[in-house]
Design a binder for this molecule. Structure first.
Ligand code: CO8
Length: 256
């Protein structure tokens, strides 16, 4: 991990890993190396038993101002197709631990899409979200047309994707895109606080709950409810929490 060049990693509180996107001169544009390092770090945290949740953040000016336009400007259709450009971002969806995006400043294009891949977004008051790809003659390519439409509904998603206009933090909160808006300076602490609350619970059940919620985006209601029911039943494999409640004791979630 110490060999990363485009991200910083550290662990805070009780098992909350923080990944800071760190290409300040390019407003954290998501170059190939950054995406590779980010996926690598997330997969390492997935395997690390001491980590319960991950926060991804950027700087006060930018979470990430999109895919790296200077890199993309050199690519042909053939390059993007044969390299399957950005397909490695699919691997972020396979991470079972909760990922919190803490967004100050610009979350544009691929930066916005990365935030939407995360399990929740917390925004600083200065956060600005947008899909400006249309201004470059391209379209969102890391899931934006799908996730933004699910998050905002068709009309607002169309407006943002077809005009390239940005949305501020308060409006994003009103649409339910971000879970809370906090003063810029308090952003990281607020994200870590949520991570700490998650870390206090069973890691196994947290992963099960995440999978159940994500199922809502993949299936019909009937199938989703069935998946939930079976996942719910699976939580009866350890009865630590319920027994602790009955015994008025604090649950010890060791290995569960
Ligand atoms: N890529 C590369 N470099 C960038 C990017 C970017 N996305 N954004 C900013 N930078 C660089 C600038 O070029 C500049 O570098 P330099 O000093 O060397 O010229 C430096 O960061 C600082 O930027 P600015 O001087 O522009 O800072 P401002 O404060 O004036 O403006 C903005 C900030 C408004 C955020 C502005 O930088 C901007 O508009 N950036 C581009 C935003 C954008 O269009 N993002 C979408 C990119 S496309 C995308 O994400 C598509 C993903 C999926 C594609 C799938 C294809 C297969």
């Amino acid at each position: 991990p110490s060999t990363y060049q485009t991200i910083l990693t550290e662990t805070k509180g009780s098992g909350v890993a923080v990944i800071t996107l760190n290409r300040p001169k390019a407003l954290n544009a998501l170059c190939n190396q950054l995406l590779d390092e980010l996926v690598h770090a997330l997969e390492a945290y997935q395997k690390d038993d001491s980590v319960a949740a991950v926060v991804i953040t950027g700087s006060n000016k930018a979470f990430a101002a999109g895919a790296d336009i200077k890199e993309m400007a050199e690519l042909t259709f053939r390059d993007t197709f044969t390299q399957q450009l950005f397909a490695n971002t699919d691997r972020i969806q396979s991470i079972q631990k909760p990922i919190i995006a803490a967004v100050n400043g610009y979350a544009l294009g691929g930066g916005f899409e990365l935030a939407m891949i995360c399990d929740m977004i917390i925004a600083g008051e200065n956060a600005k979200f947008g899909q400006p790809e249309i201004r470059l003659g391209t379209i969102p390519g890391i899931g934006g047309t799908q996730r933004l439409t699910r998050a905002l509904g068709k009309s607002k998603a169309m407006e943002m994707i077809l005009t390239g206009d940005q949305m501020d933090a308060k409006t994003a909160q009103a649409y339910g895109l971000v879970t809370r808006v906090v003063p810029e300076a308090e952003l990281l602490d607020a994200a870590i606080e949520i991570g700490n609350k998650i870390a206090a619970h069973s890691k196994l059940t947290i992963a099960i709950a995440k999978q159940a919620v994500n199922q809502a985006f993949e299936t019909s209601l009937r199938e989703g409810v069935l998946v939930e029911r079976n996942l719910f039943y699976s939580t009866f494999s350890t009865k630590i929490g319920m027994k602790a409640f009955v015994e008025k004791a604090k649950p010890a979630w060791t290995n569960s």
